[in-house]
Write a protein that binds this ligand. Structure first.
Ligand SMILES: [Zn+2]
Length: 231
């Protein structure tokens, strides 16, 4: 890998201009007047130099980026937005590896280096979203980690739990969950199921929670109990 020397930028937090030498993809040296024969030199004088950006929550599999303009059609509620996704998925050609790739390239050009993306899994789409994201991420400079995400419920959408497990077996790094009460109507069973999958496959767990008030507070207590139990 070619060494890269960033000349004269303003590294975030340093308070003064400096050169940054990047070697083998890692910051090797920071300071004034760095000498690096053979390195590709890039003049970034006066520009802020930031660490790579981390996009910790997105839904790459549902992107329409790079395709024709699609007017907003979802209702105002969470259920309306989720239902709109499902109703228009086939018509809009979602998931599309080409569009995911186009978005990843745009993110990379804007400085994103790491992405965690929630990929829809349900009996209709199966693992096509997981495969599309995987195909798009192959060879891409952005490090992409997926969450097997039950956007349309686990308990209320029979067959989804088995598909989540299949996704984890195939190497997906995290399992997701969604409003254990508001969507799945049974917080204890929902959380036991997704925590159980996370434990069995050594996967991360990343939950979407929109339930508010005392119901939301109780869900957090259930999550804390299970997190402590698993250490
Ligand atoms: Zn989300």
């Amino acid at each position: 890998m070619t060494d890269v020397l960033l000349r004269g930028g303003l590294p975030w937090g340093l308070g003064a201009p400096a050169d940054i030498l990047v070697r083998d993809g890692l910051i090797h040296q920071v300071g004034a007047g760095v000498d690096a024969p053979g390195a590709r030199s890039v003049d970034v004088s006066g520009q802020l130099v930031l660490p790579g950006l981390v996009e910790a929550h997105c839904h790459l599999d549902k992107t329409l980026y790079g395709g024709p303009w699609v007017p907003h059609s979802a209702g105002d509620t969470l259920a309306g937005r989720i239902g709109n996704d499902l109703a228009r998925r086939a018509e809009l050609g979602v998931p599309s590896a080409a569009r995911v790739r186009a978005l990843l390239e745009r993110m990379s050009a804007a400085g994103t280096t790491h992405v965690r993306t929630h990929t829809d899994i349900d009996p209709l789409v199966g693992l096509r979203g997981v495969e599309a994201v995987r195909e798009a991420a192959a060879g891409c400079p952005v490090d992409v980690r997926q969450v097997a995400f039950p956007q349309h419920g686990v308990l209320t959408d029979p067959g989804t739990a088995e598909l989540l497990e299949e996704a984890l077996k195939s190497g997906v790094e995290a399992v997701g969950g969604l409003d254990p009460a508001g969507v799945d109507r049974d917080p204890v069973r929902h959380l036991d199921l997704v925590f159980g999958l996370a434990e069995r496959y050594g996967a991360h767990l990343d939950l979407h929670l929109h339930d508010g008030g005392s119901l939301g507070g109780w869900e957090l207590e259930l999550i804390i109990e299970r997190t402590k139990a698993l250490g």
